[in-house]
Design a protein around this ligand. Sequence first.
Ligand SMILES: [Zn+2]
Length: 335
Amino acid sequence: MTPAMPWLAPVWQQINRARQQSRLPHALLLSGSEGVGKKHLAERIAHALLCESPNEQGEPCGQCAACGWLAAGTHPDLLLLEPEEAGKAIKVDQVRALSAGLGITSHGGRYKVAIVRPAEAMNMNAANSLLKTLEEPTANTLLILGTAAPGRLIPTVRSRCQKIQVPLPSQQQALGWLAAHNLEGEAAVDSLLLAGGGPLYALVLHQEGAEALLNDSLQQLQAVGEGRLDPLTVASEWQGDELALRLAGWRQWLQWLIRAQFVPADNGAVNMAQKLHTITESVDCQNLYAFMDRIDSARNALGSGLNRQLMLEDLLIRWAAMPTGRQNNVMQGSR
Ligand SMILES: [Zn+2]
């Protein structure tokens, strides 16, 4: 495993041991936060299985024909299943094509590997179709499903995979990795907070200039929560291309609010909670958890052609009605 992502090393060693002892299952479910390195890990597994002579640590040789194809992204035994457009669903036809591809004998006479990500993007038909492949696995095939939301997979798919939890790095490890990618200082800390601790996601957020958009969104949420801004105005502003990112940010802030209450010594959580000062005053964790579920449902439905305006109006009106610091301040004011 590349030392650049040291937090993946223990998981990698576990998988590599299983590979060496021919104990790999037919399907692995890699679950872990957004941007923690699941795709990287899945590709490492694929490379170790497809290379003609990987070393003890599972590092591919870099010399054989398979390594050449992998480097060019053209290895016929490595199949990738992703939404056709970012944020959209993985469709049943795509799964059928994948299953057909897995049924063909491997070109290199070794493994056939399929990576499905994000696995929760499969719609119900797609998931049911994949289930058939999971139930009747062919020899020397490995399906690797990656997800940041295992709870959104149908239980029958989940139960047929061996689950591997991909851990978050420590803050020090994450900041080290970001520094190696030229993101340092306060910008690195902020991006990492917004990303929920996943360094690869933090880097993407930073590169896309997401901090400004998310800070803006955060201020609007504060204003809606305090009754200073009309939820319907915000809904019409938010329904564009950046909606998925705004919803992800919103969910992350709720998570930080909850975390700040349970782990008061967590500097990251406290910093973020301070940015949400008006909401943190009298926040009710149960309300926050329920709200996170609503945001998850909305994110889940994003690719399904739902009416974004109506969905956002519903969320924002509920948000405005949440018992927040506003009530608390009013009470303090009347004392
Ligand atoms: Zn090789």
